[in-house]
Design a protein around this ligand. Structure first.
Ligand code: CS2
Length: 496
């Protein structure tokens, strides 16, 4: 028997279920990119508030595959959130996603929903590549195939940007004020980036339209919760706990954090009552999270994968890894972070190490390794820029970047093929084809200005740090590099 509104009363008392009238919930938010992250984070926080205000239900839109819609529609949008740590698992059924749409099948239905006056917020988790931008500059990639398509077919878009601009244009023409945009992706100044890209796209469509979107609210947010992809073993564990089948439950950790700039002209859910923090400027929180958490995550993912670690928790127990990550966070990243008065940074770092070690999560290194070309700029390269400018060391960060180069070439340490998922996987393979020497690989990949900009490739110290780190990885492998004393805390890196 399947989880659905009809079967909710069969749930055991140990499983929390919606404490509000599901029938009374109406759509107030359209969410683009209804993946696991949204369902573990924003949808869960919103669920906690629906008893008080049922006008903030979510219409979840997939921009690509119908999988989520197909899994959740027969369940009336209900799904299980399993919160796991070493001590056990807490199960709750979430009911905030009340409508599911698959954009490629019916773009018009999505646009109608976005243009509906009841829709007051359009939020996004479309991953870095969904912004169709140049990650090094944060500006729209006008040559992106989806952008070219949407400029030629504005009423039938494919990209999130195309949907947003068309929906705002329809609203304004109908005399309805624009919704607030709420990017929940891991980009620095995510609200500003989104706004800039939306404006650029509108300008290309029609300068009059650009004037209209200029006033749209687009607060930045820092979102944090670790959400590994769901496995069949997770599905079985959930079915056992619920006594009902759930085609797509979500696994996550107890930790969650959401910091949001408060700019919602048409109103918003009282997310602060569910634990969100509203601030005037989110940037210090974003830098902290992107550079400490995500920078460490990517470093762990590439080095861990190369050393044969399937999950982040496995990677954390490789000899030398914890010391490397601790040193990276404390000595190389933390000095670059803006002040956050009253914030306990050492405690935050310690908590990160514990979160990475959570043995119940099984977060695959391969999953985090995806889309490196889109992630490196804000996770590692911005920090390296700041360290270069300060004349300070960055060897552990450089090792992370070199590990990406080692990984993205597509060959593991036993010369087996790596399934590299990246919008530029083909281009990277092409650039590195037939190259074995570290300096040639580094020089070839540094030509990617959309990743490295033009300043980093021109820096001789940066180039030699990368060559040194990549040479070590190619010669000794990742595990031996980690366990060597080279990257120990307070280590002497030979004056790079
Ligand atoms: C991860 C993030 O997949 C990745 O690249 O680094 O999804 C990470 O788990 C989240 O940002 C945590 O909030």
């Amino acid at each position: 028997m399947r989880l659905s509104q009809e079967t909710l009363d069969r749930l055991p008392a140990s499983v929390k279920s919606p404490a509000y009238d599901l029938g009374a919930v109406a759509v107030g938010i359209v969410h683009l990119g209804i993946g696991a992250f949204h369902r573990a984070h924003q949808a869960a926080l919103t669920d906690a508030l629906l008893a008080e205000d049922p006008s903030w239900g979510i219409c979840g839109v997939s921009l690509r595959s119908p999988d989520t819609r197909d899994a959740l529609r027969p369940q009336d949008g209900l799904y299980t959130l399993a919160v796991k740590d070493g001590a056990g698992t807490d199960f709750s059924v979430i009911g905030s996603v009340v409508e599911l749409l698959c954009a490629p099948e019916d773009p018009e239905a999505v646009l109608r929903r976005m243009a509906d006056p009841a829709t007051r917020i359009v939020s996004l988790t479309i991953t870095e590549k969904g912004y169709c931008h140049n990650p090094a500059t944060g500006t729209l990639d006008e040559n992106h195939p989806d952008i070219a398509h949407d400029l030629a077919n504005p009423a039938c878009p494919r990209s999130a940007i195309g949907f947003i601009v068309e929906a705002i244009s329809r609203r304004v023409r109908a005399g309805i004020a624009p919704f607030a945009l709420l990017s929940c992706d891991n980009l620095p100044g995510n609200g500003n980036v989104l706004k800039r890209i939306v404006e650029q796209f509108a300008e290309l469509r029609d300068p009059a339209l650009a004037a209209l979107v200029r006033n749209v609210a687009s607060p930045s947010t820092m979102v944090d919760r670790i959400v590994p992809a769901t496995t069949d073993a997770d599905r079985s564990a959930v079915a056992e706990a619920l006594g009902l089948e759930d085609a797509w439950p979500i696994m996550t950790e107890p930790f969650r954090q959401w910091v949001i700039e408060d700019d919602f002209p048409l109103g918003r859910p009282a997310w602060e009552k569910a634990g969100a923090l509203f601030v005037d400027d989110v940037s210090a929180f974003e830098f902290m999270k992107l550079r400490l958490l995500n920078g460490s995550h990517s470093t762990l993912a590439y080095l861990g994968y190369l050393a044969g670690a399937e999950t982040v928790a496995d990677a954390m127990v490789l000899p030398g890894m914890q010391a490397l990550i601790e040193g990276l966070m404390r000595e190389e990243v933390s000095p670059t972070l803006p002040e956050l008065p009253g914030f306990d940074l050492p405690a935050y770092r310690s908590e990160l190490l514990l979160r990475f070690r959570n043995p119940a999560l099984r977060h695959r290194t391969w999953q985090i390794a995806m889309d490196g070309s889109q992630k490196l700029p804000q996770r590692l390269l911005g920090t390296i820029r700041d360290r270069l400018q300060a004349g300070a060391g960055y060897d552990r960060l450089a090792l992370g970047v070199a590990a990406w180069m080692r990984y993205a070439r597509g060959l593991d340490e036993a010369d087996g093929t790596i399934d590299v998922r990246d919008p530029h996987a083909g281009r990277i393979a092409e650039l590195a084809r037939g190259l074995d020497e570290p300096d040639r690989i580094v020089d070839a990949l540094l030509t990617m200005a959309d990743v490295f900009g033009t300043d980093l490739p021109a820096s001789a110290p940066f180039r030699s740090a990368l060559i040194k780190a990549l040479a070590g990885l190619l010669q000794h492998g990742s595990a031996a590099t980690l366990s060597s004393t080279l990257y120990k805390i307070g280590g002497d890196f030979g004056g790079i």
